[in-house]
Design a protein around this ligand. Structure first.
Ligand code: IPM
Ligand code: MN
Length: 341
């Protein structure tokens, strides 16, 4: 039997609830398929680990991750004070060189979407840019943050995005602010254009980030794959999520050469923790991307169609989708579909 060792980091706030639901769904899919086995290894990470270990990604968690094929990560709280440990997501992204953050944005059945038929994917550079963590106060009241953009990192994320566009609708938009950030985005754009020569079948479109914020509202259905630098990608991925129903349904994959981490795009929403209230679909779709990554595409498709059916029926919707169902009720409705297929 095919066996996959998968790390699970439940995280903070609503994390444990939505991760638990996702694990139930993954287990039901695996049982249903009967052809593979997922060995889950649970680990600690997030703000909850700081008091205990003095850091949000303790060394034993890092060692554990290294023994697994991929990781399912729940949302985690990131402290904002200077000097606090960096975000756990960032630590894992950098440690495993998960250079491409892939965030699909798809209109779902019965979920209000700004326009019909939105099906785009953002590929965000995940290791540098304004996330380089090089920030200091040069003199009293004057701070500087370094936006590091390298040809190497730009080229590899561009190639990832082109490969994806080539398998999809063969359209790639690259998003930048090269009219102002001439050197850094000059390097990024040149890398994209150089890689584009390897993909003559993919049409390429250049868009400034401010215009992109508007075009996403105006013609979201016209985009296929969007590639951009780290912070721009962070910002437009929340905007894109809202186009098709909000953060409750948005998932992302952090892809490297040898490892990948899957997570909801949303945060830990501490005010909803323990209430069995939030939409578990974002984390479930992270689980779906994980299944695709390990090669269990049949189960990934089943998870998607079970979710789509529940959305279509509209009986077990969480509050963010206009319903009254608890997270666990939505989970049960989806499990029911999986068991019956
Ligand atoms: C995301 C999040 C993270 C980011 C935070 C929590 C550090 O907003 O995954 O988009 O900025 O990348
Ligand atoms: Mn974000």
């Amino acid at each position: 039997m095919r066996t996959y060792r998968i790390a699970v980091l439940p995280g903070d706030g609503i994390g444990p609830e939505v991760v638990d639901i996702t694990v139930k769904v993954l287990e039901a899919l695996q049982k249903r398929a009967g052809t593979y086995k997922i060995d889950l290894v649970w680990g600690e990470a997030g703000a909850n680990a700081i008091a205990k270990y003095g850091t949000n990604v303790p060394p034993q968690t890092i060692e554990m991750l290294k023994t697994t094929a991929a990781c399912l990560k729940g949302p985690m709280t990131t402290p904002e004070e200077p000097g606090a440990p960096p975000s756990a997501a960032l630590t894992i992204r950098k440690l495993f060189n998960l250079y491409a953050n892939v965030r699909p944005c798809l209109s779902l059945p019965n979920v209000p979407s700004l326009k019909p038929n939105i099906d785009l994917t953002i590929v965000r550079e995940n290791t540098e840019g304004l996330y380089s963590n090089i920030e200091f106060e040069v003199s009293e009241g004057v701070g500087v943050a370094m936006r590091v953009i390298s040809r190497k990192a730009s080229t590899r994320v561009a190639r990832f995005a082109f490969k994806l566009a080539d398998r999809r609708r063969k359209h790639l938009s690259y998003v930048h602010k090269a009219n102002i950030l001439r050197r850094t985005d000059g390097i990024f754009n040149q890398a994209v254009l150089d890689v584009s020569k390897e993909f003559p079948g993919v049409a390429v479109e250049s868009i400034h980030i401010d215009n992109m914020a508007m075009q996403l509202m105006k013609r979201p259905e016209s985009f296929d794959v969007i590639v951009t630098t780290n912070l721009f990608g962070d910002i437009i991925s929340d905007e894109a999520a809202q186009l098709v129903g909000g953060l409750g349904i948005a998932a992302g994959a952090n892809m490297g050469e040898n490892y990948a981490m899957f997570e909801p795009v949303h945060g830990s929403a501490p005010k909803y923790a323990g209430q069995d209230k939030v939409n578990p679909i974002a984390t479930m779709f992270a689980g779906k991307m994980l299944l695709e990554y390990i090669g269990e595409k049949g189960s990934a498709r089943e998870l998607q169609s079970a979710t789509f059916e529940v959305l279509k029926e509209g009986r077990a919707l969480t509050y963010d989708l206009g319903g009254k169902a608890k997270s666990s009720e939505m989970c049960e409705a989806i499990l029911d579909k999986i068991r019956r297929t």
